[in-house]
Design a protein. Structure first.
Lengths: 232, 385
């Protein structure tokens, strides 16, 4: 049996408020194969975003291991973790998190500034990413000149421009109307099917979750051990 | 280069705030430069003084005179190579507000002791031959629009009456620190009229200027000169020209100290202005820094962004402030030129202005930068503008 692409081993996470320990994740175990598209669901405060943050390497577990492509993320230093994130992770946020002073082109180019690519190579990749999300004609627009759906598609272009192995999406349709949400979900599905991107998506939206291969449910920090397979 | 692009984008994000901050910095740096220049102006006389000259005044106070007859004894002191004398005249020109330094000097010897006053030989010859001739500095001539041959009437305040003169010479300074705002009239012109109108005031001088060959003997020679007149009606106080000039600064020491304190406070104000801007900036962008860290940007990049922006604003403000200092200096020179004969913005002042701006730029960014770097990504991402 091949090694899981994403593996969580006995992961616990607690926050401290003064001397009060607030447990968020409780002994979470998860194995995901490459090319998987999984929807993490659960009520507010169940620990979905925290779980996503741990996999993304922007937070550390209190105990346990987070292993992505054989790399134990929880043991990397801050500097190595930053490099690892830029090489491996594409992140999509609920509120897009675009830089307001940068154009769509510049926002998508941002992660590439950390690479050694030449200006022309960066341009080629940015244009490709914006074409994939259908915004090649909006390159020079600033975020405040775009609709919410378009902003999220720019954010997705930014997430894929470095060709990461793993895309993490935190409620990507949470701030969108129905039509825009459908467009974004179609886009994520396409990235999964056509480009074989492994996607972990946190969502409250059952319609969005239907696009995933499987659904996993979190409740009070405990991950449901049974997968809910989707028709695809 | 990549960070610079982001810095330039961020700097213009709130253009009005950035411009106001730059303007605030510019005004503060300009004030700093002008205040420092004012302090320097107090010391200009001392800086321009010669180590080869001693000044002999009345031991009680500068306002008391010395008998001209002292010159015989002083001239005989071993090491004296030249001697002259000067007397404060204290007249006003047209309007009592028109105040400037006027000295009645011994026309035969005085200018020989001051080679830094450059006078064309023909003008000097005329000064020596005409009793009511005066030589004025270029700055003073420009101030009142005087030129050679102009008849000038001064109203005496110490020596009452109307005094008629003719401008016969205009001197320029050999050095940048040379005072070009003085008026030199002939002592014999004053003394003769005193003999006729107020005999007790004739034959009195304000100070003797003694030229010495060896500056290292200044203290010993000063003591020797003073010992000649111990227990006389007018005991003397002999000191180097530099000490004499510094005694004027000492009279206004509290003003000078106050100016120095204000110049330091100005730097503090700049710091507060910029620190406030940078704190607001960093607070507004917490989520953006968190995003950048999520994308893989490291603390050094975030520090570069914040310090870069702060240094850019401080640098532009500093340069603009230095630029503003020159027209303000010109305005001050035009209006209070008589008070500060030498009012020059020194290169060191310009450098200090720029260095202070950049130092303020660095310090103002320290806390916002540390906060941005230390804020955990997950905390930063929770903040939505």
């Amino acid at each position: 049996m091949s090694r899981p692409f994403v593996q969580l081993q006995n992961v616990n996470k607690s926050y401290w408020r003064d001397s009060l320990e607030i447990p968020v994740l409780n002994d979470v175990n998860l194995d995901l194969p490459e090319g998987e598209f999984v929807a993490l669901m659960g009520p507010s405060g169940s620990g979905k975003t925290t779980l996503l943050n741990l996999i993304a390497g922007i937070d550390r577990p209190s105990s346990g291991n987070v292993i992505v492509r054989g790399q134990n993320v929880s043991r990397l230093s801050e500097g190595d973790l930053a490099r690892w994130r830029s090489d491996n992770i594409g992140f999509v946020f609920q509120f897009y998190n675009l830089m307001p002073v940068l154009t769509a082109y510049e926002n998508v180019e941002l992660p590439l500034l950390l690479t050694k690519l030449s200006r022309s190579e960066r341009r080629r990749q940015v244009e490709t990413a914006l074409s994939i999300v259908g915004l090649a004609d909006r390159m020079k627009h600033y975020p405040n000149q775009l609709s919410g759906g378009q902003e999220q598609r720019v954010a997705i272009a930014r997430a894929v421009v470095t060709d990461p192995v793993l895309i993490l999406a935190d409620e990507p349709t949470g701030d969108l109307d129905k039509v825009s949400a459908q467009e974004v979900m179609d886009l994520l599905s396409r990235l999964n099917h056509e480009f074989n991107k492994t996607i972990i998506m946190v969502t409250h939206d059952p319609r969005a979750a239907e696009k995933a291969h499987t659904q996993r449910h979190l409740d009070k920090g405990v991950l449901n051990s049974h997968e809910s397979p989707q028709a695809g | 280069m990549k960070v610079l692009k982001l810095v330039s984008k961020n700097t213009t994000r709130h253009l009005l705030r950035t411009l106001l901050t730059i303007l605030g910095l510019a005004i503060a740096v300009m004030a700093f430069a002008i205040i420092r220049t004012s302090v320097d102006a107090w010391y200009a006389g001392a800086e321009a003084s010669s180590p080869n000259r001693l000044v002999v005044t009345n031991n009680i106070s500068l306002v008391f005179t010395l008998p001209l007859a002292y010159r015989e004894k002083i001239a005989k002191v071993d090491g004296v190579t030249g001697l002259s004398w000067a007397h404060w005249f204290g007249g006003t020109y047209v309007d009592p507000k028109n105040f400037f330094a006027q000295f009645a000097v011994d026309h035969n010897t005085y200018l020989d002791l001051y080679p830094e006053y450059l006078i064309p030989p023909q003008q000097l010859a005329t000064f020596l031959s005409e009793r009511n001739a005066v030589i004025v500095g270029r700055q003073l001539a420009d101030r009142f629009g005087w030129s050679l041959g102009d008849p000038i009437t001064l109203t005496g305040t110490i020596y009452p009456g109307q005094w008629e003169f003719v401008i016969r010479g205009i001197y320029t300074g050999a050095e940048e620190t040379t005072d070009e705002s003085q008026w030199f009239m002939r002592f014999d012109y004053l003394d003769e009229r005193m003999r006729a109108e107020m005999p007790p005031r004739a034959g009195q001088v304000g100070s003797f200027i003694v030229q010495i060959a060896d500056p290292s003997r200044a203290a010993q020679m000063s003591a020797t000169i003073d010992s000649l007149f111990v227990n006389s009606l007018a005991e003397t106080k002999t000191q180097t020209e530099e000490s004499f000039q510094l005694s004027f600064v000492a009279m206004a020491s509290s003003i000078v100290t106050g100016l120095r304190i204000v110049s330091i406070m100005v730097i503090g104000i700049i710091l507060l202005v910029l620190a406030n801007t940078m704190a607001m900036t960093a607070r507004e962008r917490v989520s953006e820094y968190a995003l950048m860290k999520t994308l893989g940007f490291r603390p050094i990049h975030i520090l570069g962004l914040i310090f870069g922006e702060s240094l850019f604003i401080a640098g532009v403000g500093g340069v603009l402030g230095i630029g503003l200092a020159f027209p303000v200096k010109w305005l001050l020179e035009t209006n209070v030129g008589g008070f500060f004969p030498v009012f020059t913005i020194e290169a060191i002042t310009l450098m200090l202005g720029i260095v202070a701006s950049l130092a303020v730029g660095l310090v103002a960014a320290v806390f916002p930068a540390l906060k941005a770097v230390k804020t955990p990504i997950v905390d930063g991402l929770r903040i939505i503008e």
